[in-house]
Design a protein around this ligand. Structure first.
Ligand code: S3P
Length: 743
């Protein structure tokens, strides 16, 4: 990998990296310069270096990699010394704990920084120092942060990444300022506190007693105070601003807890300690295991062939996803047996089913949509032995957050790449207000979600900040175990399957205007649930029929719960030929057959905002309809689309533009210039390769666009179609579309 590597400084970090280079034969020649001749002699004896030099200048001549592994404050002096001897393609890196001051020192020395200069920081170490303390596996499974600068060239960065990967480290690239802020809190502040605590105790008269009798707490907390004072002296000055900021934060927090103890505010103190405990447990989990991010790597593509002339037939699309999830959850929590028919055997609902199996619930099926759940009652769930994997399913994670927050055991939920980016604080926040201990991850509050059990929940009155049935449901479900009444006020009506199905399981749920409430402490009684066909899956066929000349499609036994029928209303307003037939009730939900025919060109409309929550999952398909309509379609008030399985506004706009549609995404919607002309059924879309961003509804919407495309459309990442509509390609091909699947 390298011809000649020169270490300047050969303490714990330097000598550990020298060991990695030696053991893996990564350089033909390794030399070092340190102030201590003994260190150099020892390093030669250990065969870590071929030669030692007291002057860094002698070490760096002809080196293609120079590693500064010395106290940060010596950086400027050493760089000034070695500057004239560095080659044009010499890579220069360092291992210091602070980065801003290293870069500033380099700028003072070089003016314009050399392109081989890439600062770095391995987050590994020990309180021991010196060449003998080094270990070849010091960096294994630790993080190494590289902070490439605008001047750093890619070849230098790539080579350093390869070097650290050879040390089995996980390499992360970050900007300098961010690095210093993060490290101030995660490393520098804890060291400062450890030094300071030991100093506080050492200054007491009874210090000998304290040290003699000090138990694990002191030992754990003070271990890092045995670190090298010189090094930490340099770090505290080197990252002064960020550290002072962190110290200010610490003082404020210290004052808070001090006050709680002084006031004997038991509830608030328990809240603070419990919250911190949950955060620490979550951190344990994060340390032990990385989130399951990539269970479903992109494997599948659809190619939709052009020249479709037909879209017709009578179809029964699979069961409703929202209803299927809830049937498992409530069936599991009920007393007695629940029998479900029409269950959606898609990956999302199966993730919910698996989660309850993981919590000890006996579930038979699914076989042809039939599931039998042997309910364990409100207090019968068992602690899962591993994290609960929710796949792509936001509904599973948000509703289960409410259920798990009330259990006696701890739990962790993870998801796939798409779910791991979705906001979970929206449910964690109200649950915390109910006294739950729940922790999300990262600045954006995404999965994994960790929950500490055994917290007595309190009912709340919660005003939903967004129209979300998932958050509403998560809060109501926690309310089943909470003391007193839990109520949720929604800004606009959202799907009410939770309320309806809880009632079907014998639980009293009140809906008064936009307020839904229930009283905790009751029980659910097993029942039979008939899951209607999913109107969201039907929507692709409705739009397909609406944009295809002479089409005639009937979708049987579709759920037409009034909180879900926005797509019918919007298509009607656009002029679609659509009929709702044989309305009836099945399993507590209204259902009907829907017939839709391609008899007239759609027209663009301003979609009424009150329809948005009622059609929230159908917009990707409706955007395809709008592209084929005559005139402009404007959608507003739909910012929620940006936090679905993908950012559905942006991803649809990108795809439609690639297919030749003039459209403009906005913060909360989109403007689409429809290309349709009355009576003209010629192609609207040109061929393109579309990225679905692992979003099932994006993949299916662009497939349907194939009905009006002049050339083939390829859609990448279509494997998530199986989350909600596993028979999509089969039914769409039966209707007349030609979808070729490549795995
Ligand atoms: C769902 C609610 C909606 C919807 C999702 C299913 C549910 O999400 O988009 O596909 O089953 O409660 P939000 O509640 O986040 O809008």
């Amino acid at each position: 990998m390298f011809e000649k590597v020169a270490f300047i400084g050969l303490g714990l970090i330097g000598s550990s990296l020298a060991r990695v280079i030696h053991v893996n034969h990564l350089a033909k020649n390794v030399v070092a310069s340190t102030r201590s001749q003994k260190t150099l002699d020892d390093a030669v004896a250990l065969r870590l270096i071929s030669k030692g030099f007291s002057n860094p200048v002698d070490a760096v001549k002809d080196a293609d990699l120079v590693i500064l592994a010395l106290p940060v404050q010596a950086t400027e002096k050493v760089l000034a010394q070695i500057k004239p001897y560095l080659g044009e393609r010499t890579i220069i890196t360092d291992v210091g704990s602070t980065k801003g001051n290293v870069v500033a020192a380099a700028e003072r020395v070089f003016g314009t920084l050399p392109s081989g200069f890439v600062p770095g920081h391995p987050i590994a170490g020990a309180e021991h120092t010196g060449v003998h303390a080094g270990k070849v596996d010091l960096f294994a499974h630790h993080k190494v942060i590289l902070t490439p600068l605008p001047t750093s060239s890619d070849w230098a960065v790539q080579k350093l990444i390869a070097l650290w990967q050879a040390a089995q480290a996980e390499v992360i690239c970050m900007d300098v300022k961010k690095h210093d802020e993060v490290l101030a809190h995660t490393s520098h502040l804890p060291h400062l506190m450890a030094f300071n605590l030991v100093e506080q105790l050492a200054n007491r008269e009874d210090n000998l007693d304290i040290f003699r009798y000090a138990a694990g707490g002191f030992r754990d907390f003070s271990r890092i105070a045995a670190s090298d004072p010189r090094m930490w002296h340099d770090i505290f000055f080197g990252n002064k601003d960020a550290i002072l900021n962190a110290v200010d934060g610490f003082e404020t927090q210290l004052a808070k807890i001090r006050q709680l103890i002084e006031n004997e505010d038991s509830q608030a103190l328990m809240g603070l300690l419990g919250h911190a405990q949950a955060a620490r447990q979550h951190f344990n989990y994060m340390l032990a295991k990385k989130p399951v991010m990539e269970k479903n790597k992109v494997t599948q593509k659809f190619t939709i062939l052009p020249q479709q002339h037909r879209f017709e037939g009578t179809f029964t699309v699979p069961g409703d996803k929202s209803v299927s999830h809830r049937s498992i959850m409530f069936g599991a929590l009920a007393e007695g047996t629940t029998h479900v028919t029409g269950f959606l055997e898609g990956e999302d609902a199966l993730a919910t089913l698996q989660a309850f199996k993981d919590m000890g619930v006996e579930i038979e099926g699914p076989h042809n949509g039939e599931v039998t759940i042997h309910g364990v009652g409100m207090h019968g769930l068992k602690a899962p032995t591993k994290e609960l994997y929710m796949g792509n399913s936001g509904t599973s994670m948000r509703l289960l957050s409410g259920i798990l927050a009330a259990q006696k055991f701890d739990s962790v939920m993870t998801g796939d790449a798409s779910l791991s980016k979705r906001p979970m604080e929206r449910i964690a926040k109200p649950l915390r207000a109910m006294n739950a201990q729940i922790q999300t991850t990262g600045e954006k509050g995404t999965p994994p979600v960790s929950i500490t059990g055994n917290q007595p929940l309190q009912g709340i009155d919660y005003e939903l900040p967004m129209a979300s049935a998932q958050v509403k449901s998560g809060v109501l479900l926690a309310g089943l175990w909470a003391a007193g009444t839990t109520s949720v006020v929604e800004p606009e009506p959202t799907r009410d399957h939770t309320e309806r199905m809880l009632r079907a399981f014998g639980y009293d749920v009140k809906t008064e205007g936009n307020k839904i409430s229930l009283v905790g402490g009751g029980k659910l009684v097993g029942t039979n649930i008939q899951v209607p066909s999913d109107i969201s899956s039907s929507a692709f066929f409705m739009v397909g029929a609406a944009i295809c000349e002479n089409s005639d499609v009937t979708l049987e036994a579709v759920g037409i719960n009034p909180t879900r029928t926005g797509v019918i209303e919007i298509l009607k307003q656009m002029g679609a030929d659509i009929q709702v037939l044989n309305e009836r009730i099945a399993g507590g939900e209204p259902i009907a057959d829907i017939r839709i025919r391609g008899t007239r060109t759609l027209k663009g409309i301003h979609i009424p905002e009150d329809q948005v929550p009622l059609a929230i999952d159908e917009f990707p398909a409706l955007f395809v309809a709008a592209s084929c309509a005559e005139g402009q379609t404007v959608l507003t008030g739909a910012a929620e689309l940006r936090v679905k399985e993908s950012d559905r506004i942006q991803v649809m706009a990108d795809g439609l533009q690639a297919m030749g549609i003039d459209c403009t995404p906005t913060a909360d919607g989109i403007v689409i210039e429809g290309k349709g002309k009355a009576g003209d059924w010629s192609p609207i879309f040109k061929g393109a390769e579309i990225e679905s961003h692992h979003d099932h509804r994006i993949a299916m919407s662009f497939s349907i666009a194939g009905l009006r495309a002049s050339e083939a459309i390829t859609i990448c990442g279509t494997e998530t179609v199986a989350t909600s509509f596993p028979t999509f390609t089969q039914l769409a091909n039966e209707a007349g579309l030609t979808i070729q699947t490549v795995n």
